[in-house]
Design a protein around this ligand. Sequence first.
Ligand code: GSH
Length: 234
Amino acid sequence: MNEHNQPSTPAHYVLHYYPSPNSLKVIILLQELGLDWEGRYVDLATGEQLTQTFAVLNPNRKVPVLESSNGDVVFESGAILEFLAQRHGAFMGANEAERWQCKQWLYWQMSALGPIGGQAHHFNKFAPEKVPYAIRRYTDESNRLYGVLNERLSQVPWLGGSYSIADMAVWPWLVHADWQGQSVSDFPALAAWYDAMQLRAAVAAAWASYPTREIAAEDYGILLNQRADVLKPG
Ligand SMILES: N[C@@H](CCC(=O)N[C@@H](CS)C(=O)NCC(=O)O)C(=O)O
């Protein structure tokens, strides 16, 4: 360890991922930092995340999970972003005030935009039955959250003041705005920020390496029907 409590040998990282917004956040940061890393695809449709091998990495049995050659294992995309940003001393704000702005918007993404956007995806696109109340509830709340982002980004160029992991956490959740019943172009400051994100080489590289595919409805069986018994060794 050096004086910053960081291992002195550069680490090799393994990202257990699936092509979804929460994994894409981390891929963007790995690209921004220019780190030595490889991706390991976790087949969620066949339940690879529910195996005992995977449960050792993440007791919540979800991707992403980051492993380092120094023995670190981190789950939860927000924690992974903080871990890498802190360890490599970048993208967490240029000063104390920005650090807290960055954290606020990161936690906002993790607690609001992600969960609400996820439910909007679910009820608009994947739910086997159309539930009008749920569609309206999550589409409207997504719309409100886009408004919050637009307001913030009409005051500052990046969510934390300077470019940070907060921006990297939010952008992947806007890529499928249509699944949330939204259009980024309805929000001018947000649209300008979205375009600025896309112009970053690391974001473009992360996006290019991100295999998007339409997921067949039958692949969702395992994802949409889990209760506590999935935790039992099978
Ligand atoms: N809060 C978690 C959410 C992780 C999450 O929901 N991952 C999804 C893919 S985006 C997953 O692994 N789903 C598998 C399952 O539900 O079985 C994070 O941000 O890391």
